[in-house]
Design a protein around this ligand. Structure first.
Ligand SMILES: NC(=O)c1ccc[n+]([C@@H]2O[C@H](COP(=O)([O-])OP(=O)(O)OC[C@H]3O[C@@H](n4cnc5c(N)ncnc54)[C@H](OP(=O)(O)O)[C@@H]3O)[C@@H](O)[C@H]2O)c1
Length: 258
């Protein structure tokens, strides 16, 4: 009898993970490499990418650190060209790069709103288009995994731009799942709850942040490794019939948003 955990492996796959220089993206890039994928690590901070790539290479993984500002749409085709030449056609795109600008709605300027959407939504749109075109041209099935947020599932004061950009991303997930299913490209999202990263460590480490964590259903932040199993499920053949979902990974926070 074959080992049922084998279908979670990513051997032979080529992953492109955006926002791989820190936090969730770095964790997922590492996990995918350990699961057998060749991984392109994409972000703006080159030194961080080089460091992460060196660590992964020392374990025998095939990795490519690639500096890219994901909001620079004109630079995306060349980035894919490079990944294709060095690792192969990416068949697993993780749209994880994101920014969180907080502020009450009436104090949020248009520039902040647009910057939030440019990174959290428009870039995922552009990268998904490039990835899907190339998978289709190569006749390669694959996956797109969008990193949304628990704030895509329920609103919160002070997060209008961020929450709306992430809600848009979950709806894009559904639409693309329906369009790409005939090409055997699955599109899913993860909606993480709170995880301590560079995006929020100041706040979550403050007294107000600690009090907030004590009030939410799991009564704690998630550990980054708690995202790995759900991401592997959606990215691998283990999730071959899972398409168009937004999977909350939040200790139950979404069930009673507070
Ligand atoms: N942490 C949480 O509690 C939480 C909860 C829900 C959702 N999320 C989502 O998870 C994702 C990862 O966030 P994180 O928590 O891991 O925070 P993080 O450590 O700040 O990571 C954000 C990543 O995005 C990259 N990035 C931002 N703008 C970019 C751009 N224009 N081009 C390329 N890369 C860019 C950053 O890299 P460079 O600065 O090097 O470019 C960094 O690697 C985000 O989409 C976030 O919204 C996080």
């Amino acid at each position: 009898m074959s080992d049922p955990t084998h279908s979670f492996r990513l051997d032979g796959r080529v992953a492109l993970v955006t926002g791989a220089s820190s936090g969730i993206g770095a964790e997922l890039a590492r996990a995918f490499a350990q699961a057998g994928a060749a991984v392109a690590l994409v972000a703006r901070r080159r030194e961080r990418l080089d460091e992460a790539a060196d660590v992964l290479r020392s374990t025998g993984a095939r990795v490519l650190p690639l500096q890219l500002d994901v909001t620079d749409a004109a630079a995306i085709p060349a980035a894919f060209e490079r990944v294709e030449a060095e690792l192969g056609v990416p068949d697993l795109l993780v749209n994880n790069a994101g920014i969180a600008r907080t502020g009450m709605f009436l104090k949020t300027g248009i520039a902040e709103r647009d910057a939030t959407f440019a990174t959290n939504f428009d870039a995922a749109w552009d990268l998904s288009a490039e990835a899907a075109r190339r998978m289709i041209a190569a006749g390669k099935p694959g996956c797109i995994l969008n990193i949304a947020s628990v704030l895509a599932l329920g609103g919160a004061p002070g997060y209008a731009a961020y929450a709306a950009s992430k809600a848009a991303l979950t709806h894009l997930t559904r639409c693309l799942a329906l369009e790409f299913v005939r090409h055997r490209i699955r599109v899913n999202a993860i909606a993480p709850g709170w995880f301590v990263t560079e995006m929020n460590d100041d706040w979550l480490g403050s007294e107000a942040g600690r009090e907030y964590l004590a009030r939410i259903p799991p009564k704690r932040a998630g550990q980054l490794r708690e995202l790995v199993g759900p991401a592997l499920l959606l990215a691998s053949d283990a999730g071959s019939f899972v398409n168009g979902v937004t999977l909350a990974v939040d200790g139950g926070h979404h069930a009673a948003l507070v």
